[in-house]
Design a protein around this ligand. Sequence first.
Ligand SMILES: Cc1cc2nc3c(=O)[nH]c(=O)nc-3n(C[C@H](O)[C@H](O)[C@H](O)COP(=O)(O)OP(=O)(O)OC[C@H]3O[C@@H](n4cnc5c(N)ncnc54)[C@H](O)[C@@H]3O)c2cc1C
Length: 443
Amino acid sequence: MDIRVIGGGLAGVEAAYQIAQRGRKVTLYEMRPHTFTPAHRTPFLSELVCSNSLKSKELSNAHGVLKEEMRLLGSIIVKTAEETAIPGGKALVVDRQRFSRIITDKIEAHPLIQISREEVTQIPPDGIVIIATGPLTSDGLADTLRVLTGSSNFYFFDAISPIIDGETIDRGKAFFGARYQDESDDYLNCPLTRDEYERFYEALITAERVQLREFEKTPYFEGCLPIEIMAERGRQTLLYGPMKPVGLMDSTTGAKPYAVIQLRREDTFGTMYNMVGFQTKLTYTEQERIFKLIPALRNAVFLRYGSIHRNTYINSPAVLTRDLRLSGNERVFLAGQITGVEGYIESTAMGLLAGVSVCASLEGHTFAPPPEDTCIGALLNYITTENKHFQPMNVNFGLLKGYNKKHKDIVVKNALSTISAWKDNVDSALPIGVTGGLVWIQK
Ligand SMILES: Cc1cc2nc3c(=O)[nH]c(=O)nc-3n(C[C@H](O)[C@H](O)[C@H](O)COP(=O)(O)OP(=O)(O)OC[C@H]3O[C@@H](n4cnc5c(N)ncnc54)[C@H](O)[C@@H]3O)c2cc1C
């Protein structure tokens, strides 16, 4: 059966490589250099469109652990990043040109991978297809995907609010409660007095913002305006929007607050909270400074910062099964940022899993996802678990099943040994025909 991977970015390359390493022929479609996305500049595979940092190498950080898991899983992206690393302190920083050139050389030299430089706009009529066309998927294919997933499950724009570590919220200065009677008390409300609101407002409207790139200058949807743009419309605007106090009584003081920021649980255990309606284009440093003016968030640790940018992604919990297959369509798998993960290595990770999942399916095995106490398994779990407020997600420890900050060392050790065991199982079911780097040996 033909296997086609569409998109030669980070996820597509990883998926194609994992499949080829397990002895199957695969065609990788990449539209560059004939057609470019608004951010890519070169003809090379796996081009890094922005930063040349693949984030932390430290095992005290979820980004570091995810990379280590990927290294253990035999990721070509992580291996090549290590080969092309340049000094970057605690982060894995690469020489971007060498990185994508070497990836391109390795993929071109792989005997089981054929590269086809063309834009794909329709799902091929037969065979297995992995769609890994990323946040800037070309318009033609985006239209096809919108029809395939249903327009309410397909997004072009990503407006995300910050996520806070639940343990760092000052519970003495916040209270649980819902605005409306028919809502459960799931919201954690952070009240502000008039003076606190005024200070917050002044800081917000004068804060530094991230400059939009030309292609990002899409007019904002009214439904997801950045809070600083909303604030520009008037001193009181936020009080009728995301900071409205209507229906809330502060149980810590018995008074009606002047303004309120609502935090919504991101996970069952309440280890992470989302700042409702706080999508923003403020710089990360300014988000830290300004949101900490909210009394309950004075010591908050941000697990993810807010942002707004062009991003093609699907509502994965509604349309993807746990083996990264499109529900109701046996032949089509998705990988990379389009599945609703965010970040270079997160996207690569979903490429690796899609590759393994395709091989499992072709060998007649049921794909057993990596356990949820690993970073990669937790990410997969996040994008495939029902979620009314699904938004793209970076890897963070709060996603890991049973994560306990006090025992981080144990959690990390467990994640790495679990992933090694998972890899052993995968390799015994789907053996890799490789010795010495990229030489595939015909069995
Ligand atoms: C402007 C921008 C900056 C970003 N900066 C960062 C950052 O600094 N750090 C970070 O961790 N993450 C960043 N991201 C987020 C994300 O992690 C990266 O975009 C990452 O490259 C996603 O990997 P991917 O493989 O899913 O998509 P990509 O790496 O974008 O790969 C998709 C590939 O598919 C090709 N393609 C698209 N449509 C078609 C088609 N119809 N037919 C054939 N080929 C097609 C594209 O040319 C591209 O090569 C950024 C995203 C954007 C948009």
